[in-house]
Design a protein around this ligand. Structure first.
Ligand code: AMP
Ligand code: MG
Length: 405
């Protein structure tokens, strides 16, 4: 059976072969968070556009401002002030952070290292040429590439776009991800379930995971465990770039998802992965759509989505597959698991007393159907397939949930 890394590689290889970025849309920096940029963005001028002071203090000529020297202060320059005249030799000028340094001056002395008496300023320390000044054009020249196609627009990238005045950003349309749950026991969340029915929580969690990953969720409701209903609803799902099913992929008599997909012409790349929860996860393609059949137990659905589907959304969305952001943490309580499968246990990472290094504790749960165990989980603790017992204090890997950490 495939390990999760190999399974993930198959997803990445297949998703990377797909055409992407065929359709673009225009967004402003205000509403482009999480979109993938489809164009190059260039700087519109030099950065910084003037020699910029990085401190509140005095602009000087270094030669005039030796330790112990006293100079006459001839005025002040605030951030935003127009600076046209040069600093005269033998003088200094008060300057604020972000203000333009006048020509002639080649250093700014922090106010903390000066003493002022009326118009005169005494410098307490030696001055180095260039100190506390960012020279014009040292960050970027006009026309430089500021952002490249495929860049995910986070807050920093949006600031860069805003800085250079890129108010219209051509972005890739998000990949559509159809979400279809399956099961005769599943009812819509606004209905009162019968005694032996359950509400369709997977459709909600999957839609949230799709949005977080950068996809456009297309909820298709639920299909009964019957070939005709499954087939008709899967057909609808095949209009999307990606189809994610939940449930119906195990070995039960009414687990029909794989067979129905096959009947519609699907080809599979894997139909089991050596993980718990999530072992029966299926990945294939059907016509032009990538298809994931995730097991129906809610924790399995969530874990397998994070391990496999996010990478496909990244690639079809026009960017790179983000790596799984595993962290190391110290185990706070001993663990005992069966070997053979890599476990992803609902767990909580904490940084007691503001420590820089986290510790992690697996949470009590009743297995992969126990979604309430995730209430306190901010990560999944990874127990590799060959480990049976792990002692308190050992270093373990964890996979942060992504939405809460
Ligand atoms: P399955 O993978 O189809 O065997 O489903 C396993 C279990 O997951 C079911 O017995 C349900 O308890 C649960 N389950 C299946 N579908 C959903 C769903 N859409 N929302 C919440 N729980 C589900
Ligand atoms: Mg089922």
């Amino acid at each position: 059976m495939l390990g999760f890394s190999e399974a993930r590689k198959l997803v990445i290889a297949e998703a990377a072969r797909r055409p992407r970025g065929l359709t673009t849309i225009s967004r402003t920096p205000w509403d482009a968070l999480g979109f993938i940029l489809a164009q190059e963005i260039h700087t519109d001028r030099q950065y910084p556009p003037f020699d910029r002071s990085t401190r509140d203090g005095y602009a000087v000529r270094t030669a005039d401002a030796a330790a112990g020297a006293t100079l006459c202060c001839v005025g002040e320059i605030k951030a935003g002030d127009t600076v046209s005249s040069a600093l005269a030799p033998g003088t200094c000028i008060q300057i604020m952070t972000g203000a333009a340094v006048p020509s002639g001056a080649d250093a700014v002395v922090m106010i903390e290292f000066t003493k002022r008496s009326e118009d005169h300023v005494t410098f307490e320390r030696a001055t180095q040429s260039g100190q506390n000044i960012v020279p014009r054009g040292s960050e970027a020249q006009s026309g430089n590439i500021a952002l490249t196609p495929g860049t995910r627009l986070g807050f920093a990238e949006l600031a860069i776009a805003a800085q250079v005045g890129a108010t219209e950003l051509q972005c890739y349309k998000k990949p559509t991800v159809a979400i279809l749950s399956t099961g005769d026991e599943v009812v819509p969340i606004n209905e009162t379930p019968g005694a032996f029915h359950i509400r369709n929580s997977n459709s909600v969690s999957l839609a949230a995971q799709v949005s977080l990953a950068g996809g456009e969720p297309v909820p298709l409701g639920n299909a009964l465990d019957r070939a005709d209903d499954l087939s008709a609803k899967i057909e609808q799902g095949l209009r999307a770039d990606i189809l994610v099913l939940s449930g119906g992929v195990s070995m039960g008599k009414y687990d029909l998802v794989e067979a129905v997909l096959k009947g519609l012409g699907a080809e599979f790349f894997f139909d089991a992965v050596a993980i718990r929860p999530g072992k029966p996860a299926v990945f294939g393609r059907c016509r032009d759509t990538l298809v994931f059949g995730l097991p129906g137990n809610p924790v399995s659905t969530m874990v397998t989505f994070q391990l496999f589907v996010t990478a496909a959304i990244d690639l079809l969305g026009g960017s790179e597959a983000r790596p799984l952001p595993f962290l190391e943490a110290t185990l706070a309580e001993p663990l005992r698991e069966k070997t053979g499968l890599t476990h992803f246990l609902p767990a909580r990472l904490e940084w007691p007393n503001g420590n820089l290094a986290p510790q992690v504790c697996a949470l009590k749960w009743q297995g992969s159907g126990d979604v309430s165990a995730l209430r306190h989980a901010n990560c999944f603790l990874v127990v590799s397939a060959d480990r049976q017992e792990i002692a308190t204090g050992e270093t373990v890997s964890v996979l942060p949930r992504g939405d809460v950490l």
